[in-house]
Design a protein. Sequence first.
Length: 425
Amino acid sequence: MRSRMVLASLLLAAGCAAPTFSPVLRPLLNGPMSRVSATDAAMELMVDGKEIFPAAFDLIDNAKKSIQMTFFLFGGDLGRQIGDKLLAKKAAGVNVQLIVDPAYGQTPKVMAQIKPVIESLRAKGLEIRTYPVKLLPAPKPWLKAAAITHAKLLVADGEVAMMGGMNFLDSEMINRDYMVRVHGGLAAHIGDVMQGDWDFSGANPPPPKPKQEQNDWALGETTPTKQTIKPMWLSALNAASRSIDIEMLLMDHPEGIKALTDAHKRGVTVRVLLDKTNLGKHVSPLLEKLPLKGAPNWLAVRKLLDAGIAISWYKPRQQWEMLHAKTAVIDGSTGFIGSANFTTRAWGQNREVSLKFNDGPTITRLAGELAQDFQQRAEPVLALSGWQRFAAGVWERVMEGKLTLAEAEKELRTAPQDDTTPLDD
């Protein structure tokens, strides 16, 4: 039983399924939120749902010509509320494009929140397309079957855009997460990227590669024809000279982890804050009783601890909150925000979009938010148990293609136990 649950948690983590909606969260949807005023600044950071969702509503409400949206999770009461706005805009003559993931969140409980909303909007005349995830690159059939469109993008009139990590589903509203609102050339570029996705999702030729401005930003993507997120991250990590602060939901990419350990060896101060995700809440509360806390990140924790790097678990502010961030600040001058986790799946097999930027005010605020989390929300990881280290090694061999899932389950079932992970088969 436990061996299957460990593998299930790792596979679910790769797909980033969401927890089910609890009535406890409803006040966040209907209650007051912080307002982020629209400005002409090239880039603005938005922190958590209290800033992100009002900004999204304002962007939609003020659109005059077009609204382009792509979201991995879009549904629940929040999805219905936004859907009503999109229908009203369509009736007013605004061109509305919405792209969603064809799996509707992957797990039955999440699908039950998303699918009815999507079907209702389609029945009311809103065109919604699903990204052709089967065309994304994947080395194994089971990885191709689990591929998702994981981007979170919103553009109005080709002039103002939002991108980052926040899903538009009720249960996600309490997560620790970030997005940026951008104007000008970057917003137009994101709009071009999304138009390419829209055409591609309509069975037209592969998405075009619009010219990318190389000023104070770079947009990394994973598509069937383009994998630029990994080199964007690796070049920045390998160039780091003073500090690397990372907040991440999931981390397992071997080259990314090596870049962090190499930076540490160069004398760079490296701090990593990871989500201690128990993915059992995505499927059944019974899994909460199993020793799976942080299982998707055990491999990264093992390697970073062995290298002497300071790594911590995120301490949630309330039940069901996750550190859903995919962000970093490097040398106090380069920032990352987007949909892509620090994983093999995100950097090469899902549809993802992430941004590297050097906007001074945005970097300053983001660095301050990360510093606050490391001070107030970080639980230092001192060690993994022997069984957790063993399980991490098994998963590493699965990722390398050295073990099948069936072989991995067999090894986990026959592994020696220790005091912190009692056998529950």
